[in-house]
Design a protein. Structure first.
Length: 702
């Protein structure tokens, strides 16, 4: 078999292996930032919004602090939403998003092969004196195969790609849909390098900068192309050591590196201008964050070689002092890495190691100097591990090749295959972890037990199932870890309300708002609580605050419109409904309430006028709800009783009776009605909450 056919066969086997390894990830759910950037982001639901993505950073997310300028990333999400809507009937079918991400991942692997092979071919092209001129670097040997010699550069490039793509760390990015920003920006950086390497016209007309610009508009980390190109130019174009400075006078520095640096600066300031100060990284202390990063870098390196410890949400925090033993250890390790970069650059055949480690460190600069909310995150290494994969494979080759006899090479091949199989198994396992919210957050509570957010999100799974005691236990663990976490206090408020403890709920809502007054969800969920308690004016006030903070919060708009209608605030209702239709044309709720506002009919008057012809239990239930909202609780009970005559086991009617009696202060009758509701519908969360309300009030009287 010829060398070309061997490589093609190996490449096909690698693609098959990747498809097998990732076979359990196609329907993995949305997680983390997917919620505000995809699931609840109405802007991605229409392709006509694509031009707006490039003019307005607010289209990236419904949360102001998360509005980063990444228009290309948002465009890919809008395309996926359109494809999912057309072929699956659901724009949020995750299969189509995973297909898109994985397709670019495979293309990146192909580009990476040519990128790395060209680097190694340059090293192997001929004798090259190191900068010191103290001795002569030898030309790299070719390794003989059983039938004919095959090119070392090609096979080392192949193994670099295999290690990189099968590594479990890649799963942390490929499974996390919004973090395709890491994978796509890396794809475009490598595409820019390949164009620079292979096409003279791309250099002459600066066409290699086009994919770099696209990558930067996908995620700003692609701006690191400029310093990476500088290292590449010095090591492989000029064939110099990084310790020399003659490269400052070189033609390639003037004609290639400087333009890429100018582009990076321009795109950086464009992004800052578009974000207009809205995006907030989330970190609290630049100093504490930065002194932690060398230790984080050491963790990333050790996790590359022994990939056993992954967490979707780490419980690491920033160090208090640079004198912390871990911080000192990290700085020593970082110093050794930097020394390795400069020292190995002196020797021609060790320059792939120098470049690979330099790539790793340079790619980590954005997340090492911008204080983010988490000091470490496993998806951040997707871009840096390109360089570390090259450095590891090439170093292993240089160490083993002169020392391993030809007869022992099959053992080396078996060893490499064993490593790839181990990586594949762990990657497949991480895919399973990312399958659902429950599997992901259960894993986080195990891998990062001091993470308050992990306990909160795992508790939310049980709260949705009405397993309130388990949810309360997880929330309590979370507050022990993170006592100042506003979202956790917010969810504790929701839980305490469902458990029938309004006093504790009120306290938790107030604490959440105190800790994070700019969090729109605080006001939305507090408004829901107030609405359930009959405090309509306060509910409307909080919903207005929510919409002021996040104009595109459709949940808040849908909750506010019926309250405005019930309160006969026609002018405001028209305004809210009209704006909602601007954000989401055809929205059925907004269309309904805009029509009602324009008709001038009040809700209770309208439904009472029609009630004489009611014959269905659901119609009387709707009537009872309108009476409840109007504060006419006796009439609410009467309407429910008419519904029960038609359907005695109507749990929702019993639940409404329970709530109405509670509002009247008759908690004994409320308890009886609530018990009936729970008897007929044991899993009805509202019925359980109303019953708990009655029982809680009766307990207070004892």
């Amino acid at each position: 078999m010829t060398e070309r056919n061997r490589l093609i066969t190996a490449g096909a086997l690698l693609v098959m292996a990747l498809l097998l390894v990732y076979s359990n990830h196609w329907h993995n759910s949305f997680h983390f930032d997917d919620d505000h950037a995809i699931v609840r982001n109405v802007f991605i639901q229409r392709l006509s919004n694509i031009p707006q993505f490039f003019k307005d950073a607010t289209t990236f997310s419904i949360l102001p602090v998360n509005r980063s300028y990444r228009p290309v990333l948002t465009t890919t999400l809008a395309i996926d939403y359109a494809l999912a809507s057309k072929f699956a009937g659901d724009g949020l079918d995750t299969f189509w998003y995973h297909v898109s991400t994985f397709g670019f991942f495979l293309l990146q692997g192909g580009l990476l092969f040519f990128f790395v092979r060209r680097i190694l071919e340059i090293v192997a092209e001929g004798d090259d004196a190191p900068a010191s001129n103290s001795h002569k670097a030898k030309k790299l040997p070719k390794v003989a195969g059983s039938a004919a010699e095959f090119n070392t550069a090609s096979w080392m490039a192949f193994f670099t790609v295999a290690i990189y793509m099968l590594h479990p760390a890649a799963a942390e990015t490929i499974n996390y849909i919004i973090q395709r920003g890491d994978s796509l920006s890396t794809f475009f950086v490598i595409l820019g390098f390949v164009m620079y390497q292979f096409y003279p016209g791309a250099r002459k007309y600066y066409l290699y900068l086009i994919p770099v610009a696209i990558g930067s508009l996908t995620k700003p980390t692609a701006l690191m192309f400029a310093p990476l190109l500088l290292c590449y130019d010095i090591l492989f174009e000029q064939k110099r050591s990084l310790l020399e400075f003659g490269w400052l006078r070189s033609r390639t520095f003037r004609t290639a590196v400087i333009p890429s640096l100018m582009l990076a600066i321009a795109l950086y300031f464009l992004g800052r201008h578009m974000e207009a100060g809205q995006f907030q990284p989330g970190g609290v202390s630049f100093y504490r964050y930065v002194i932690t990063q060398p230790y984080v870098i050491m963790h990333y390196v050790t996790n590359f070689f022994v990939p056993l410890h992954f967490s979707a949400d780490s419980d690491w925090g920033p160090f208090e002092s640079i004198l912390d033993a871990r911080s000192l250890m990290g700085f020593v390790f970082l110093g050794l890495l930097i020394a390795a970069v400069f020292y190995s650059s002196k020797f021609a055949r060790w320059r792939p190691l120098s470049f690979g480690v330099a790539w790793f460190l340079i790619a980590l600069i954005p997340t090492s100097f911008v204080p983010l909310a988490e000091v470490t995150n496993d998806h951040r290494v997707f871009f840096p591990y390109v360089g570390l994969s090259l450095a590891a494979v090439w170093t292993l080759y240089l160490i083993l090749q002169p020392r391993i006899q030809r007869s022992a090479r099959p053992l080396v091949a078996v060893g490499v295959l064993a490593v790839l199989c181990g990586f594949s198994y762990k990657t497949h396992e991480r895919n399973a972890v990312w399958h659902s919210e429950e599997t992901l957050w259960r894993d986080v509570t195990i891998e990062s037990p001091k993470n308050g957010r992990g306990h909160m999100n795992y508790g939310l799974i049980f709260m949705a199932r009405a397993s309130y005691d388990t949810a309360n236990a997880e929330f309590t663990k979370g507050l022990e870890c993170w006592p100042y976490y506003a979202r956790l206090h917010l969810n504790m408020g929701i839980l305490k309300n469902a458990m029938g403890d309004p006093a504790a709920a009120e306290q938790s809502f107030a604490r959440a708002i105190q800790l994070m007054p700019d969090l729109a969800e605080n006001y939305y969920y507090y408004a829901r609580y107030l609405d359930q308690r009959g405090r309509k004016d306060q509910a409307m006030e909080n919903l207005r605050k929510c919409i002021q903070l996040v104009d595109a919060n459709m949940d808040a708009r849908h909750a506010l419109m019926p309250l405005l209608y019930d309160a006969s605030r026609t002018a405001e209702l028209k305004q809210v409904a009209s704006r909602t239709l601007e954000l989401e044309p055809g929205d059925p709720e907004a269309t309904k309430y805009l029509g009602l506002a324009q008709s001038g009919k009040m809700p209770l008057e309208s439904i009472v006028a029609r009630s004489a012809g009611f014959t269905k239990p659901g119609e009387f239930l709707d009537l009872s709800l309108q009476y409840y909202r109007a504060g006419e609780y006796a009439q609410c009970i009467a309407a429910c009783q008419r519904a029960l005559k038609l359907k005695p086991d109507y749990a929702e009617a019993w639940s409404n009776i329970c709530a109405a009696y509670n509002m009247l202060g008759n908690f004994e009758e409320g308890k009886r009605a609530g018990e009936e509701a729970v008897r007929y519908a044991p899993d009805n969360a509202m019925a359980k909450a109303n019953l708990a309300w009655s029982v809680g009030e009766l307990e207070k009287k004892k």
